[in-house]
Design a protein around this ligand. Structure first.
Ligand SMILES: [Zn+2]
Length: 78
């Protein structure tokens, strides 16, 4: 998935690498499991459970399902 239209109207794109849209978010338990596997090369680190994107305009966070490309959780600032 390379693009998504945020609810604020901003077009989010992850086609550039690196970018400021896509975040790598792990739970402490996920990270602990990775550390125990003695992984050193970042390329070999598995993807986290969700593909998390940040809209720089409205600060919404989208948690996407990797398989469907659909957001399963959306957080907005109050
Ligand atoms: Zn937005």
């Amino acid at each position: 998935m390379a693009g998504y239209l945020c609810k604020c109207g901003n077009h989010l794109s992850t086609t550039e690498t690196p970018n400021d849209i896509e975040l790598r978010v792990y739970t402490d338990r996920e990270w602990d499991m990775l550390i125990q596997q003695d992984l050193i090369d970042p390329i070999t680190i598995p993807l986290p459970e969700y593909d998390v994107w940040l809209c720089p305009k409205c600060q919404r966070l989208y948690f996407f399902n990797w398989d469907t490309g659909e957001p399963v959780k959306i957080y907005n600032l109050e």
